[in-house]
Design a protein around this ligand. Structure first.
Ligand SMILES: NC(=O)C1=CN([C@@H]2O[C@H](COP(=O)(O)OP(=O)(O)OC[C@H]3O[C@@H](n4cnc5c(N)ncnc54)[C@H](O)[C@@H]3O)[C@@H](O)[C@H]2O)C=CC1
Ligand SMILES: O=C(O)C1=N[C@H](C(=O)O)C[C@H](O)C1
Length: 268
């Protein structure tokens, strides 16, 4: 069993991932998990296991065995500092958190000879769409120059940042020729609008991710619409476990100083 250190408890994604790790046959939770100052010294029950919540600065190196793999689902503000800590401890890490400086994160991992999967979306069906968008952009740069784009995303009210998934797609859209910037993304966080206008079921108001990309081409005579809509969080946790197992294999193969994306994980 590979021990998995979860960071971001008692948050929603960290919780979903911890539960799936606890159910798995090949992974096990470390006896403690990482949290913010607010929750330091609390404890949390995951299945039958009681996890101690601690800030990373209170973890002694002796508490970490050499085979631990870490997962971070914290906040945009905490993610880089946490990543630096994981890398210092020599832990491979899956970073699902969004809203931080990705280039800085990549630099940090490479310079320290660390190992990480960093991806704004761990859901395999959505990773496939991202791969398709990247393929189109790389193969046909400028093909849609002059076309117009609107992007709308809806998430639970407590989400702090603009969708990292939508922001990542903007990069491909720009290469295709759309004059669109991330500041133009419309973020919907109002539960009343989500319920009445977008039809989000009540039980998923607290955990959903709706994305709609609407392109008008050829002077508005052609409309292309792409949507991906997720209810709940299970699909991200499943992708996270795939990323964990990918990193376990890379560590075994003695790979160092590399940052992977979910497309790499899918390729295996
Ligand atoms: N890559 C993906 O597929 C997905 C990414 N996300 C991203 O994951 C992140 C977390 O999302 P949620 O769980 O919904 O948020 P949340 O707000 O429910 O949880 C965040 C948690 O981080 C904890 N935290 C704050 N500072 C911390 C620190 N220094 N160290 C460790 N933990 C700390 C907070 O106590 C809180 O419990 C967001 O950035 C979100 O965009 C969410 C879903 C899927
Ligand atoms: O906060 C969320 O919930 C999600 N965050 C990720 C993002 O910002 O793209 C992935 C997904 O949209 C769910």
């Amino acid at each position: 069993m590979t021990p998995i250190l979860i960071s971001g408890l008692p948050g929603a994604m960290a919780l979903e991932t911890a539960r799936l790790v606890a159910e798995s046959a090949d992974l096990a939770l470390t006896p403690f998990a990482l949290t913010s100052a607010k929750h330091d010294s609390e404890s949390l029950l995951i299945g039958a296991e009681k996890l101690r919540l601690v800030e990373c600065k209170h973890v002694a190196p002796a508490d970490l065995s050499a085979d631990v793999v870490a997962v971070d689902y914290s906040t945009p503000e905490a993610a880089l500092e946490n990543l630096a800590w994981f890398v210092r401890q020599g832990l491979p890490v899956v970073v699902g958190t969004t809203g931080f400086d990705r280039e800085e994160a990549i630099r940090l991992v490479r310079e320290a000879g660390g190992l990480a999967v960093i991806a704004p979306n761990m859901a395999i069906p959505i990773v496939l769409l991202q791969a398709a968008a990247r393929y189109l952009a790389e193969t046909f740069p400028g093909a849609l120059a002059g076309a117009e784009l609107t992007i709308r995303e809806s998430h639970q009210a407590h989400k702090r940042d603009t969708s990292g998934t939508a922001k990542a797609l903007v990069a491909a859209a720009q290469t295709l020729g759309f004059g669109f910037t991330v500041e133009q993304i419309e973020s919907i966080r109002d539960p009343a609008r989500q319920s009445n206008e977008l039809g989000v079921p009540d039980e998923h108001l607290d955990g959903h991710a709706l994305h709609r990309y609407d392109a008008r081409c050829a002077g508005g005579t052609v409309q292309l619409v792409l949507e991906h809509n997720v209810l709940g969080r299970r699909v991200y946790a499943e992708g996270t476990l795939r990323a964990i197992r990918f990193l376990i294999a890379r560590r075994k193969a003695d790979v160092r100083g590399q940052v992977f994306c979910m497309e790499d994980v899918l390729r295996g």
